[in-house]
Design a protein around this ligand. Sequence first.
Ligand SMILES: [Zn+2]
Ligand SMILES: [Zn+2]
Length: 417
Amino acid sequence: MSRLALCRECDWVSRLPPRRPGQQAHCPRCGHHLTGVAQRDAQAPMAWAIAALIALGLVFVFPFLGFSTHGVGHVMNFGDTVSALIGDDYGALAAVLLATTVGFPGVYLAALIYLCIAAGRNRRPLPGVVPLARLLRPLEPWMMSDVFIVGVLVSLIKIVSLADIHIRASFVAFCVYSLLLLRTLTLIDWTALWDAVAPVPAPGRDIRSGATGRSQSLVACAACDTPFVANRHHRCPRCGKRHHVFRVDRIQLTWALLVTSALLYIPANIYPVLSTITLGNAQPQTIAGGVLHLAEAGDWPIAAVIFVASIVVPISKIVALGWLCIAAQGRPGASLSRTRAYRLTEKIGRWSMIDVFVVAVLATLVQAGALMSIEPGRGAVAFAGVVILTMIAALTFDTRLLWPDSAYPDPDTESSA
Ligand SMILES: [Zn+2]
Ligand SMILES: [Zn+2]
């Protein structure tokens, strides 16, 4: 049976034919994924999620990395990154590290397994399934185990000339866990999962495909994607999530977050992100100083990674989102290229976290008493704030405001699968 889909990015209503395994539906107007890839085996994500959780458990069983210089050294466990940051009075950084690398992904994987079990039970629902399903997707952008691995590799290259580094079993388990998590994410078909845990309610009146949702007072649920007629209660009839119709005023919120992140980017660059203490001498290093230091030492590829992740990405993200806010408040035009620019901005933002993870790993690993140690600096907290605020700013931006209400695509491309 065909179904109606309302694109969350451009507000276009399409009629989708049933998907066969391996097929995915895209919006004919903007190309946004309207559904996930239909899976032959609905339980496949559960098997991968269980494997990922086991690998995550192993991360805490073995040592993570070993470090030694001039006969002084120590072995760090993954959990030490958190306790070392808390010990240095950087609890905020510890919380960000713990939540984004293992906290959110762990909760996500466990909840996903529960949802898959619930989905396989047909007519015997399990408690709490719908609120849980509603909570999971907003966690996805905040799971950064892959960014953390790059952060660890960058840290190792930064100190490999100063000390002997040993990769231990827990780091390998972390890489396996991260790969399994990525595989799980690609396998989840939220459309099928929602269909299994909560039925689609009847729309209540005729809905036209090939027109905007706004012209028919329709909204798409941000959690379960169901198109429904905007109601007085502002709640999705399928999952109960609150919805917003067109919130031009939300642009003010995006602007406020952008201005705050731009202001916070100043202390992030003025204050050191870390200090290297050698024989009692502290050498503070700012973001730009770190890039220059790496470039002078001939580590060009790593200097380029940090330069792009910590300088190019945050600045271009703030500028691009500001430009999109101005475009959304002006006359619609070039909607598709602007939407693509938004998607790129949203995707690359999380990679800025690399430098924060580098600071966390170095501050935990490089502990050789008076001989040599590394401490985090205030700049790292400000920089983590910039990354988080720009990510929230991107999430508050409503791409539907970039699209005109009246444009119609070619009727031949009304639906695709
Ligand atoms: Zn669309
Ligand atoms: Zn819903």
